[in-house]
Design a protein. Structure first.
Length: 276
């Protein structure tokens, strides 16, 4: 398709889900319990997400091209900066691509994409990483898009919940879960000097030495990663930290979820009283 449109002088860019994937942003599915727990509405086209992964979504900026191929989506670009992509393609601006994908993605996923966009370089295949974007730069980009468009409104809402530095979409989810339940906003990946080395708890309340860690599949499958993580946790505990390690079941299972949230409430309350 790229070769066809290049020969015909049509400047199309990849947008939507596929552009976000090429920017290595964490697009994906959301289980129902997540939206229910966070009181987020299901995105209007959530059931079409699988199809969106399979259908190319391209954006045009000047005159709408004549489409010969079937099985693709075309939408009009609003003129934001594009990026050079692999195979000689152009990628739509990540904010414009996020708006194009917003009808398929939950608020958690939109927020996780924005967190990632602000927290690390854009890792475009075959290219030098591009600098992370600031919240102000993202907000400025959003301001160039139609303000009443429901997808733009959804991205604005997600931006109001975005934070940095975040190193995984599950950190975004845990942060949103605790804030939704009325806990104080945690500090993300706060640098803590322990025995001459810096350590970074995923979510923490550093003044109280309380933190939460989310351990994903890599900690289970990789023996060395697991060992390193366990040693790091013991070191935190030896230096007076209360650190709770969460896995997926702790988030999904209501009974387990209640248990660690009760733990967090007790630790924050007890340590706050001691500080007073």
């Amino acid at each position: 398709m790229h070769d066809h449109y290049s020969k015909n002088g049509v400047g199309l860019s990849i947008t939507g889900i596929h552009a976000l994937e090429l920017f290595t942003l964490p697009v994906g599915y959301t289980r129902r319990w997540v939206n229910d727990f966070l009181s987020d509405p299901s995105p209007p086209r959530a059931r079409e997400l699988r199809q969106a992964f399979e259908i190319p979504h391209l954006a045009w900026s000047e005159s709408r091209p004549t489409v010969r191929e079937q099985g693709m989506r075309l939408s009009k670009s609003h003129g934001l900066k594009t990026y050079a992509g692999p195979w000689g393609t152009r990628l739509a601006h990540p904010v414009e691509a996020l708006v194009a994908a917003a009808p398929y993605l939950s608020q958690w996923r939109l927020t996780a994409c924005l967190d990632a966009l602000m927290s690390g370089a854009l890792q475009i295949p075959e290219f030098t990483p591009q600098p992370a974007m600031t919240k102000e730069e993202i907000s400025a980009a959003v301001s160039h898009l139609p303000a009443r468009n429901p997808a733009v409104i959804a991205v604005k809402r997600a931006l109001s919940n975005a934070a940095e530095p975040v190193w995984s979409p599950m950190e975004t989810l845990v942060r949103r879960m605790v804030v939704t339940q009325g806990f104080p906003e945690p500090i993300l990946n706060h640098p803590v000097m322990i025995e001459g080395e810096l350590a970074y708890p995923d979510l923490s309340w550093p003044e109280l030495r309380v933190g939460l860690e989310y351990n994903g599949e890599i900690h289970l499958l990789d023996r060395r990663t697991y060992g390193t993580e366990m040693n790091r946790i013991r070191t935190f505990q030896d230096h007076g930290w209360d650190l709770n390690i969460l896995v997926l079941d702790d988030l999904e299972d209501p009974a387990l979820r209640w248990k660690w949230m009760q733990w967090l409430a007790e630790k924050l309350n007890r340590r706050s009283q001691r500080a007073s």
